[in-house]
Design a protein around this ligand. Structure first.
Ligand code: ATP
Ligand code: FE
Length: 379
């Protein structure tokens, strides 16, 4: 099987062609970092327009690199949610057009599931075998899940407010760092020069002995330090002045943010191993999994259990087409793809404004049921 994957849920237009045995044949990505950078966050209208402008080209590039023609595809996989609906629509419409034109099935993909499952392509399905434990840390999600099978997840913990990627982005912006394409990498770099002990920020949710996350309090603590030490939100980054203070804030923020991940991971491992002793490994994925401090800290925590720990390479931690194409391969193998779009129906759709056409989008798509222990403060 050969599957094309299309990803347009947020601010990257990405496509890839992946073979059923996990070989990546071709991939292409168009980042919108330069478009949203000046706004300090993703602007949905601009994102949709940018996706529409490049989607055909990105798909063409992935197919060309793969040396595969669209007619030879086994299926087209596309992210249907969660994400910005006007952005998701661009990818889904492209997939529907291709499905109708070439008579190929569509595999609808859950974006967060794709972040998790790409680990099976990276490390192999023998290493990352179901069931496994996964920590997903991205711009919109902070989840600890037990993966029991494709489409079958138990949520051990989730965020009560912000995801860590979002907290990185907002704090980076307040620190005057460039945030195009996510402020995480810039904050991580600045933190290298800082003293993480200088600011005594709180480790979140210490009193709650479950696996949930919270990053709003830490974000606020960092903002208050920035206001007090540097002088508020609109101060221009001058490159030199107060650089040490900024770096100290960045380092202190990151230290506590990662400590929180560490504590939750340790508890999730205990929970998961209690009722699932045959856990195969631990996966850490999503954009924040590209962070070196996150990686080195979690290596130590998971080492204590003797379980293998898998991180996708950084370029497949942030949004990409490979994870979507691979999840499509997984779904296809299980017969979880949808029949090709009817060509006549598609011709009718094509005459309408593509924004008005009903498509099967799932902008809010829960990944699984919550673990009973996660809802209370037990243990
Ligand atoms: P979601 O996957 O939840 O829908 P998303 O797709 O916007 O959200 P990803 O692309 O998976 O998020 O990840 C982007 C996030 O990861 C951004 O918030 C970015 O700041 C963060 N990030 C990327 N690299 C790093 C890094 N090295 N350190 C910290 N954060 C990082
Ligand atoms: Fe993502």
């Amino acid at each position: 099987t050969v599957v094309l994957g299309i990803e347009t849920s947020c601010d990257d237009t990405a496509a890839a062609v992946v073979r059923g045995d996990g070989v990546v044949l071709g991939e292409a990505i168009a980042s919108q970092a330069a478009i949203h950078g000046p706004w300090g966050g993703v602007v949905p209208n601009l994102a949709r327009a940018a996706h529409e402008e490049v989607i055909d080209d990105v798909v063409r590039r992935a197919l060309t690199e793969a040396g595969v023609s669209a007619a030879d595809l086994s299926a087209v996989a596309v992210t249907c949610g969660p994400g910005l609906s006007m952005c998701l629509r661009v990818g889904v419409r492209k997939a529907q057009r291709m499905s109708a034109e070439y008579g190929i099935p569509i595999a609808p993909v859950h974006h967060v599931e794709a972040h998790a499952l790409v680990s099976r392509l990276c490390a192999g399905t023998e290493t990352v075998k179901f069931p496994f434990l996964a920590l997903l840390v991205s711009g919109g999600h902070n989840l600890l899940i037990k993966a029991r099978g494709v489409g079958d997840y138990t949520i051990l913990g989730t965020t009560l407010d912000d995801a860590l990627g979002e907290a990185y982005d907002k704090t980076a912006r307040l620190l005057g760092l460039p945030v195009g394409g996510g402020g995480g990498p810039a904050l991580e770099k600045l933190a290298l020069e800082g003293d993480e002990k200088r600011f005594k920020f709180p480790v979140p949710l210490r009193q709650r002995k479950n696996c949930d996350f919270s990053y709003a309090g830490l974000k606020t603590a960092a903002r208050m330090a920035i206001d007090a030490e540097i002088g508020g939100e609109d101060v221009e980054w001058d490159g030199v002045d107060k650089r040490q203070t900024r770096a100290d804030i960045a380092a202190s923020f990151q230290a506590k943010a990662v400590k929180h991940l560490e504590e939750r991971m340790r508890r999730a491992l205990t929970w998961a191993l209690e009722d699932t002793p045959d856990l195969s490994c631990v996966v850490v994925a999503g954009g924040v999994a590209a962070n070196a401090t996150v990686r080195s800290t979690l290596v130590k925590v998971v080492e204590e259990t003797g379980l293998p720990l898998v991180f996708p390479p950084p370029k497949w931690c942030t949004d990409n087409g490979v994870m979507v194409a691979w999840t499509g391969c997984e779904r296809l193998a299980l017969g979880l793809a949808e029949a090709p779009v009817d060509a006549e129906l598609e011709a009718k759709h094509a005459m309408m404004d593509p924004r008005d056409v009903h498509v099967n989008l799932l902008p809010r798509w829960p990944l699984g049921e919550k673990d009973a222990r996660a809802t209370g403060d037990i243990k």
